[in-house]
Design a protein around this ligand. Structure first.
Ligand code: ASP
Ligand code: MG
Length: 414
């Protein structure tokens, strides 16, 4: 069986959703499980709803906007009396009834933003049904069990596998369609797997079902060695080893969610990244292989923050101090993107999230003088050649630089 994942861009409007149906048609007779993201920029819009709730502002207007976007699409795809209207209506009602302002912020976040996937999954399912496909809609939260970490749920693999396995027999007769990005914790609340987490959901279902492959359908021709919007001469990789792809995601290549590769590589399930608009293009295959020469990969990661801790007396940075810093970072669930130390200071670059930075600085200030710079961009050049190495090292505005034999990283003021 195959797992297909359609991202937000692939279900962003009625024509795109019809395209999903035309792609499924190409695979007639195959066993398929489909994972869908929220439509277009719905998750961002739902994040604005969360922000309104949390600041005590009226969130109804934002929610109405989301609703009317979905209704526009539904009007194009369905009659007014189609059951999908009820299903969608029920999702909005259920959302409002579950909103408890006293909920912890991250918990509330997950209850709200998960709605995007619920909506799109109903709409896509019902369109496929209308086109004659035998589709069964399932609620991913009944299958993906996570711990209680909101916004970044950690999968309980034993429970999840036990839940998902029985779907095998359903796949003998039906195409299964479900939501990406969401799961449920033992307390019965919805959790999310991290932004862009639908790819990871596809990998989870694939690993638990022993799928023959996963295909991510995207609005690009495959995995490219740079963002073509930034570097117009970017090229598509025909194939990539799992390891290379995993490292790319670590450095911030946004093509695949970072957690996606591991379950696939462990189960030797190849991952195809294919073009939604032209399924006949070969795309990229990510699998267990050796590639002799890999084109240099250039990743731009915006919205970075450099935190520097300086010792306040005349001691040097030592292991005990490093351990204090790492403990604070890890307890706040922060990921370090690059780090560097000197005799008297330790600097590290992280994604900027104001609430987290403030908490972190507060803790670090107990032992250090702490400075931080925001509005930075981290550029990683993996498998660089000498020309790229020189070009990026000479960029203006570099405030940190680091290189190994294969990788150069520069942090610049953007
Ligand atoms: N809808 C979620 C997001 O935009 C998950 C995904 O698209 O993969 O982050
Ligand atoms: Mg997406």
């Amino acid at each position: 069986m195959k797992v297909f994942k359609f991202g937000g861009a692939s279900v962003r409007h009625a024509a795109a959703i019809r395209k999903v149906a035309s792609i499924i048609k190409l695979y007639q007779g195959e066993k398929i499980l489909i994972v869908v993201s929220a439509m277009g920029k719905t998750t961002n819009a739902l994040e604005r709803v969360v922000a309104c709730i949390q600041s005590g502002e009226d969130f109804r207007e934002e929610l109405l906007l989301i609703r009317s976007c979905h209704e526009d699409v539904m009007r194009e795809l369905f009659q007014q009396d189609h059951r999908v209207w009820q299903l969608v209506n029920r999702e909005f009602e259920s959302l409002v009834s579950r909103l408890k302002p006293e909920m912890a912020p991250d918990q509330l976040y997950d209850q709200v933003v998960s709605t995007g996937e619920m909506l799109s999954s109903h709409i896509v399912t019902d369109l496929l049904l209308a086109e004659g496909f035998p589709v069964e809609w399932i609620d991913a939260r009944k299958y993906i069990t996570t711990d209680n970490t909101y916004r970044e749920g950690k999968v309980d693999w034993n429970a999840t596998e036990k839940n998902i396995r029985p779907l095998k027999s359903t796949l003998d007769e039906k195409i299964i369609l479900t939501q990406g990005f969401i799961g449920r914790n033992p307390d019965g609340f919805t959790t999310t797997l991290g932004r862009e987490g639908s790819d990871y959901s596809a990998a989870i279902f694939a690993a638990c079902l022993g799928a023959e492959s996963v295909t991510i359908w995207k609005d690009v021709p495959g995995v490219m060695n740079a963002d073509p919007k930034r570097l117009p001469d970017a090229v598509v990789f025909d194939e990539l080893p799992f390891r290379e792809a995993a490292e790319m995601t670590y450095y911030g290549a946004s093509i695949i969610h970072p957690k996606t590769i591991k379950p696939l590589a462990n189960n030797n399930i190849p991952l195809f990244v294919k073009n939604f608009d032209d399924p006949s293009l070969p795309g990229t295959i990510i699998h267990e292989t050796n590639v002799d020469h890999i084109a240099p990969l250039i990743v731009f990661k915006d919205n970075q923050c450099l935190v520097s801790c300086r010792v306040t007396d005349y001691t040097f940075i030592n292991e005990e101090q490093l351990s204090f810093i790492f403990q604070a970072v890890s307890e706040l669930d922060i990921r370090i993107n690059v780090m560097q130390n000197s005799a008297i200071s330790f600097s590290f670059c992280i994604d900027f999230r104001e609430d987290k930075i403030l908490k972190l600085v507060d803790r670090l200030a107990k032992q250090f003088e702490v400075y931080y710079n925001t509005g930075l961009m981290l550029i990683t050049i993996k498998n660089y050649d000498s020309k790229l190495f020189e070009q990026y090292r000479k960029m203006p505005g570099i405030i940190l630089e680091q290189s190994s034999r294969s990788t150069l990283q520069v942090l610049v003021k953007s």
